[in-house]
Design a binder for this molecule. Structure first.
Ligand code: ADP
Length: 758
């Protein structure tokens, strides 16, 4: 067998991912490797495939019992003989397993580093033919990494004690140069082939949301994604308890995890989550290390994490199966305060000198501010993350809440002048909160204490919102018009470039989202592109649900987590390919020979009885979407996004023809009457906001601030297309102008949603 055959036969995949082949070939040629790949990139395949092609056995050093258990269960499911040796087994079980391993029963043996030099393991190692030693989570060997594990230092001794030096493969997702060098040296890698793949996780959609009520938002989102598994991270145990209570009181199958729970309860809760008995987990950051659950469809951060490093690691637990998943951060200005408070209370090692301790504090403070910038930027979020980690990135990814949102440019030069004046009056002695409070003319105790009401700039931006003024200051810092001190106070000062603004030689603009409404609770942008409901039509989703239930049933029978039977991606691909025979089912991504033999018949039966012998098309679009969606995005109007389990809104050409166009409709009215055509069970409602966003993107309408108030306007292009402004009376009796769609405009808008029925 060659490596492709192994990949297909055992793992059921058609092709290697970026980098995998390179590392596999090196290992097969006997060269040490160091693979640095982000979570979910597919590191395991890099050593599991060569392990199956090499003679003898591969020893995999892994830091956590749960990780080993998961990997071994997955391998056994795939028909590979594997075992683990760790403290969850009794001494007798260990002896037995090692005996079998020495007798050639297993191709892959997972072991905790502390076990390597024990008598029993050494005896096995001398008897067995060990062709490869693989080190998983290799950064644990480095004191510079976040998770130093002294036991990892024993690996090199172990390798030296073997009669024949095996080839060594080391894998991690941590990429800093110093950790990388440390790994190579401490493991004694000889001229290793090093591969660093990009940090980008294309299937993840990143969003930052600023709901007024986070609780309501979370509840709505979780309800709207009832069939999906997700994690909600909170900054404190108290928050975990509150969110947990909220969800469980609303009958959501939810569990929780934090360091304050007893060991037994933590373990039980973790299992409930992994086995999808309770698919929603509310946890502090104590949860997650070693969790390999591949079908986590969303990770919500209820509070802002302390650093981008933490955020990316936690959010990265979504979508390990390569299927689209959402990473949503719920931000409020309060989060920075909580973050600072947590930093204050963070214990520092007593071994540090005062200077080192201070340097670390500064670094923490900078990281926190970097995280705050992520939450408030209006630029592409993916670009922000990748550049933070030192990678090149395109300006726009088209799959984050900022790229998918509607924005308008606002000239805030006048406001910027006020900010500069204020910072100068305060003589660089205060941070952003005092500056903003002063400009807004707030009457807080702290501000009174500082006597800011005496300054001429006090109240100069009264009437503006706090986030808006903060955004102006953030933009000014980015453009190096203002400076921020690197200490924990973040004191604002003016930079030399500020002069140009005062002299009228430079303008300052901010971008402002026009689609942030509280109705958009847990939908729209946060769902991301290419989610399952956008690929599969309503019949497809129906079949998916049947297959998901079958998977849950088998998982219960076999006491394994459902995702180890088939991943969500495999279920989706089953709906797309609709196999009737075993041979056809082997073409489905993630179906290898062993799984076909074990589960093929039951899944095929469900598919066949659902399709009743008809080759029905269960997906949108002309071509079958590729498994994993990495390669394929379906072309659809940008407004079509997912809500709950429903498909995007559309009307048929016939409906567009028979629609009763009339003299004028307000945009929300038009949305409502068009929505009457849909089947509410399967199709999302069309919203006025969505139509407005599109009209704005296309330049038909705009929104501008006129004497301090937001006003909607129709452009020349809009007027030519049949849009016009006319008076209407608001709820409280005030009269104002709003946009109306004339008949021509109604036809244009309806036409945009026409699609032939699938
Ligand atoms: P990592 O260890 O890098 O976090 P994993 O090894 O757990 O990632 O792999 C993540 C997921 O990707 C798993 O579900 C795995 O089966 C899948 N996978 C790995 N390689 C491929 C491939 N070549 N084609 C399709 N899926 C793959």
């Amino acid at each position: 067998m060659d490596r492709y055959e192994v990949l297909k036969k055992y793992f059921g995949y058609e092709a290697f991912r970026k980098g995998q082949e390179f590392l596999i070939d090196a290992l097969l040629k006997g060269r040490d490797v160091l693979g640095i790949m982000p979570t979910g990139a597919g590191k395991s395949i890099c050593y599991q495939v060569p392990a199956l092609l090499m003679p003898g056995v591969t020893v995999v050093v892994s830091p956590l019992i749960s990780l080993m258990k998961d990997q071994v269960a997955a391998l056994n499911q795939a028909g590979v003989h594997a075992a683990y040796i760790n403290s969850s087994l009794s001494e007798t079980q260990i002896k037995k397993a090692l005996q079998l391993a020495a007798g050639g029963q297993y191709k892959i043996v997972y072991v905790a580093p502390e076990r390597l030099l024990t008598f029993d393991f050494m005896q096995f190692a001398r008897l067995a033919e060990i062709s490869m030693v693989t080190v998983d989570e290799a950064h644990c060997i480095s004191q510079w990494g976040q998770d130093f594990r002294p036991g990892y230092r024993k690996i090199a001794d172990f390798v030296r004690s073997l009669p024949k030096r095996p080839v060594i493969g080391a894998f991690t997702a941590t990429a800093t140069e110093i950790v990388r060098e440390d790994i190579a040296e401490a493991l004694g890698l000889s001229d290793p082939q090093i591969l660093v793949t990009g940090f980008d996780r294309k299937n993840l959609c990143f969003s930052v949301e600023t709901p007024k009520k986070k609780d309501g938002w979370v509840l709505q989102y979780v309800r709207g994604h009832a069939s999906e598994s997700g994690v909600i991270y909170c900054a404190t145990r108290k928050n975990v308890e509150t969110v947990y209570r909220l969800l469980s009181e609303n009958d959501i199958p939810v569990t929780k995890y934090h360091a304050g729970l007893a060991n037994g309860e933590r373990k039980q809760n973790q299992e409930d989550f992994i086995y999808d008995r309770k698919p929603v987990m509310v946890a502090t950051n104590a949860f997650g290390m070693g969790i390999d659950k591949s079908n986590v469809r969303y990770v919500i951060h209820y509070n802002m994490p302390q650093s981008m490093e933490n955020y990316y690691q936690e959010a990265g637990r979504a979508g390990r199966d390569g299927e689209p998943a959402a990473c949503i951060l719920l931000y409020s200005a309060q989060d920075l305060v909580i973050g600072r408070f947590l930093l204050e209370g963070k214990e520092q090692s007593p071994e540090l000198t005062g200077e080192e301790a201070q340097a670390l504090r500064r670094q923490d403070e900078e990281r926190l501010r970097g995280m705050d910038m992520y939450c408030t930027t209006t630029d592409c979020l993916r670009q922000y993350i990748l550049r933070y980690f030192g990678e090149e990135a395109k300006d726009r990814c088209e799959n984050c809440s900022n790229c998918l949102a509607a924005f308008e440019e606002l000239d805030v030069t006048e406001e910027a002048k006020q900010v500069i004046a204020c910072v100068e009056e305060l003589k660089g002695r205060y941070g952003i909160n005092v500056v903003v409070g002063t400009l807004l003319g707030e009457n807080r105790a702290k501000l009174r204490e500082y006597g800011v009401s005496e300054y001429p700039s006090y109240g100069k931006l009264k009437g503006r919102s706090q986030p808006e003024v903060k955004e102006i200051i953030r933009r000014m810092t980015e453009e190096e018009l203002l400076t921020v001190s690197g200490d924990k106070y973040g004191l604002l000062g003016t930079a030399p470039k500020a002069r140009a603004v005062l002299d009228g030689d430079k303008t300052v603009c901010i971008r402002r989202r026009t689609d942030r409404t509280d109705e958009s609770f847990g939908e729209s942008r946060s769902a991301g592109k290419n989610r399952r409901p956008e690929l599969l039509n309503s019949r497809g989703l129906e079949l998916f649900e049947l297959l998901r239930r079958l998977r849950a049933k088998i998982a219960r029978e076999e006491s394994v987590p459902p995702y180890l039977i088939f991943s969500d991606r495999t279920l989706t691909d089953l709906c797309v390919k609709l196999p009737f025979t075993g041979e056809e089912m082997l073409q489905v991504s993630g179906v290898g020979e062993s799984k076909l033999a074990k589960y093929g018949e039951r899944f095929l039966k469900t598919v066949r009885s659902f399709a009743k012998g008809e080759r029905e098309k269960l997906y949108f679009g002309e071509e079958a979407p590729a498994a994993g969606l990495r390669e394929k995005a379906l072309e659809k109007p940008s407004g079509e996004r997912k809500k709950g389990g429903k498909g995007a809104f559309y009307i048929t050409p016939q409906q567009a023809k028979t629609f009763s166009y009339c003299e004028k409709y307000l945009i929300p009215e038009l949305a409502a009457v068009l929505s009457e055509f849909r089947d509410p069970e399967t199709m999302k409602k069309l919203s006025g906001a969505e139509i407005f966003r599109w009209l704005q993107q296309e330049g038909y309408v705009e929104q501008k601030r006129v004497s301090g108030r937001w006003q909607k306007l129709v452009s020349e292009k809009g007027r030519a297309a049949g849009l016009f402004l006319a008076a209407r009376t608001g709820k409280n009796g005030t009269e104002y102008e709003d946009i109306y769609c004339g008949e021509q405009a109604q036809r244009m808008i309806a036409g945009r949603y026409v699609r032939t029925k699938d």
